[in-house]
Design a protein around this ligand. Structure first.
Ligand code: E4P
Length: 222
């Protein structure tokens, strides 16, 4: 399973890249706004900076909602770097735009997927990735992970090559469950990725190893 980081924060992206676990980045307009990135030039420069850090796919989301504007914006984003994946919302205009980009050989990530039907339509239109939002479904008492399982099953049934990118991942168990189900990609904030490293027995085991080493290496009294 590929690990993407879900942020527009350059320091977090650098840290994940240096950890050696990073396969790509996902951003969205909220994450860009959180970093204070405003205005088209700054947005474009920021995406380029992300592409310079990470060796992998970088999802850059269009702000436009009308087909003509979406394809213009997406074309400009795709020109920035070969690793840019144009992120398109699941709407009728969005699906049409996915078809346009797919025919042009530009990769897309269809975002805001909350049902298997939406995922299937996006895949048929030629999306490279579909992004079902696990955490936001859990938030409304709906099983987000069941949706990942349903989409993986459907895509497997028909040999659909669109990758299932589990988004809105909120905690380490979501990551493990995605891997068990066979999601192609998961995207999570750095804190959630780092939480995978933690185990109290690792901490206490290391403390004991170091204490034993220190005791055995005390200077010998003459
Ligand atoms: C990524 O592609 C999504 O935009 C993101 O994972 C949404 O996460 P959130 O539900 O935590 O905002």
């Amino acid at each position: 399973m590929k690990f993407f980081i879900d942020t527009a924060n350059l320091a977090d992206i650098r840290e994940a890249q240096e950890m050696g676990v990073l396969d790509g980045v996902t951003t969205n307009p909220s994450l860009m706004a959180k970093e204070g990135i405003t205005g088209k030039d700054n947005v474009m420069r920021h995406y380029k900076q992300i592409c310079d850090i990470v060796e992998g796919d970088v999802s850059a989301e269009v702000i436009s909602v009308k087909y003509e504007e979406m394809i213009k914006e997406g074309d400009e984003l795709a020109e920035l770097d070969e690793n840019i994946v144009v992120k398109i919302p699941m709407t009728a205009d969005g699906v049409k735009a996915i078809k346009y980009f797919s025919e042009k050989g530009i990769r897309t990530n269809c975002t805001l997927i909350f049902s298997a039907g939406q995922a299937l339509v996006a895949a048929k239109a030629g999306a490279s990735f579909v992004s079902p939002f696990v955490g936001r479904l859990d938030d409304i008492s709906t099983d987000g992970m069941a949706l990942i399982e349903q989409i993986v099953t459907i895509f497997t049934n028909y040999g659909i090559t669109t990758e299932v990118l589990a988004a809105s991942v909120r905690h380490p168990m979501h990551i493990i469950q995605c891997a068990e189900i066979g999601a192609d990609v998961m995207t999570a904030p750095l804190s959630v990725i780092k939480a995978l490293l933690n185990h109290p027995l690792t901490d206490s085991g290391l403390a004991k190893f170091l204490a034993d080493h220190e005791k055995a290496n005390l200077p010998v009294k003459q």
